[in-house]
Design a protein around this ligand. Structure first.
Ligand SMILES: [Zn+2]
Length: 465
């Protein structure tokens, strides 16, 4: 989709861009989010701002190197440890002691806001490095967060190069996770590294986090909160291209399992085809999706299709000459911030039951709705929240224009901090393209710019001396 003409972000499309051959478009969050407001403009960069920007600029090469090492690690679900090892090493280079926060299945499942999961999380860890306050400790504390997990790059044959081998060309770094969101981890670590080179200390703790399972549950971020990591605000460096997210939808993952009756394809009269029945369920769920998009509440009313239903996986049948006796389809659907996840689950379960109700072949075994993965509410933070205005102000001083405030049709870990710990949380990160797609890439100058704004924001939010 394209935002209206007057709602184009000026983020990294402006003259401050050190452009390569391929300059990013003016709209820095196309397809991921829609602008809902412009933050107020602010004054000029102060002398201290220039010092911070310069010190962080000097870390550009370090950030690219760290990002490349991180992209080289194939940190898909269950294989995050290689990436966390790179993060630990980088934290030590900065001078922060990495602390492992292991995933504890029992503790996660005991929390009302967890997302259900059927895989083993034993041995998986989140990594946190804390920059402790110096002599002064009257500031506001902060969590800077990124996730190390990435989605699968399949089908790999569509990639020109190995998706897990970082490749730099014309100021862009390519590879799975380059955008979503290892570039953000590079920016937050680079910001802290630059500030520390200036010999500064924060007036409150700054926790730098690399979490797991943002792409499927949010339980990694939840685990850090359960381990005691909370702060006065959280910034997640997701690649929204310099825009600040103030609203996000919720996301529910669910599976519908159809039990049919297998039989020989040549005598299929008695058999019940589970795959064909699954297609009926998909059709019924499309009607629910259409209904949810009928009259979206603000700010999603500016969006042509805010609620996406994705048919993401299908498993059924094992032989062309056998009528499939079982089929399970995996879905992702979004929900508005004012909706309860449980209400959406109820609607889905009723709809699936109704779709099967007039079919005698399914009477004995009605379709089952199962939950495994995201059970995430939507989340909003006020446009005038001190977190938003302080971050906007730092951005506006650096770029000379205020940032876009956006609503996104995806979920992020921001809602975990908001919902579980009552912390204001936003996303703010580099300019990137093709997240979850083929040829995923990040514009490297935007990583540095993100880090510079982040550095100025840390000073404004926490205090530095
Ligand atoms: Zn992400």
């Amino acid at each position: 989709m394209h935002p209206p003409e007057d709602a184009v972000a000026t983020g990294y499309g402006g003259s401050r861009l050190v452009s390569g051959v391929d300059v990013p478009p003016a709209s820095a969050y196309d397809g991921l989010a829609l602008q809902v407001a412009h933050a107020e403009a602010a004054g000029e960069m102060a002398p201290e701002d220039h010092d911070i920007a310069e010190a962080i600029e000097a870390e550009a090469e370090w950030m690219t190197g760290f990002l490349a090492r991180l992209v080289d690690q194939p940190t898909i679900l269950g294989q995050e440890e290689g990436g966390q090892a790179v993060v630990r090493e980088a934290l030590r280079e900065i001078g922060l002691e990495p602390v492992d926060v292991p995933m504890d299945a029992e503790a996660i499942r005991a929390h009302p806001v967890h997302s259900p999961f059927d895989w083993d999380v034993g041995g998986k860890v989140n990594v946190v490095g804390t920059w402790h306050p110096g002599a002064l400790d009257h500031g506001r504390s902060l969590i800077l967060n990124g996730h190390v997990d990435v989605v699968s790059p399949e089908p790999r044959e569509q990639w020109v190069r190995d998706p897990f081998l970082a490749h730099v060309e014309d100021d862009w770094l390519y590879g799975r996770g380059a955008a979503d969101m290892k570039c953000g981890l590079a920016a937050i670590l680079g910001a802290v590294k630059g500030l520390r080179q200036l010999g500064l200390e924060p007036h409150a703790p700054v926790h730098v986090q690399s979490v797991v399972e943002e792409e499927c549950t949010g339980n990694g971020a939840l685990q850090t909160i359960l381990a005691g990591y909370t702060a006065d605000a959280a910034v997640i460096a997701e690649p929204f291209g310099g825009a600040i997210t103030t609203s996000q939808v919720g996301v529910l993952w669910f599976q519908v399992k159809i039990r049919g009756l297998p039989g020989h394809a040549a005598a299929s009269g008695q058999a019940v085809n589970a795959i064909e029945h699954s297609l009926k369920i998909i059709k019924a769920l499309r009607a629910l999706e259409a209904d949810l998009n009928e009259a979206p509440p603000a700010p999603y009313d500016a969006y042509p299709h805010p609620i996406g239903l994705n048919v993401g996986t299908i498993h059924g049948g094992d032989w062309p000459s056998t009528v499939p006796g079982e089929c399970t389809v995996g879905y992702r659907i979004a929900l508005y911030p004012d909706m309860a996840v449980r209400d959406l689950q109820d609607r889905i379960e009723i709809l699936v039951a109704e779709a099967a109700a007039d079919d005698p072949s399914l009477f004995a075994h009605p379709p089952q709705v199962l939950y495994n993965g995201f059970r995430a509410s939507g989340y909003e933070v006020a446009n005038d929240d001190p977190l938003v205005s302080t971050l906007s102000n730092a951005y506006a001083r650096h770029h000379g224009v205020p940032p876009a405030l956006v609503a996104t049709t995806g979920t992020t870990d921001a809602r975990v901090f908001g919902e579980v710990a009552g912390m204001p949380a936003v996303c703010f990160g580099p300019y990137a393209e093709q997240a979850h797609g083929v040829g995923e890439r990040v514009y490297l100058p935007s990583v540095v710019q993100t880090a510079q704004v982040m550095g100025m924001f840390i000073r404004d939010w926490c205090g530095l001396s």
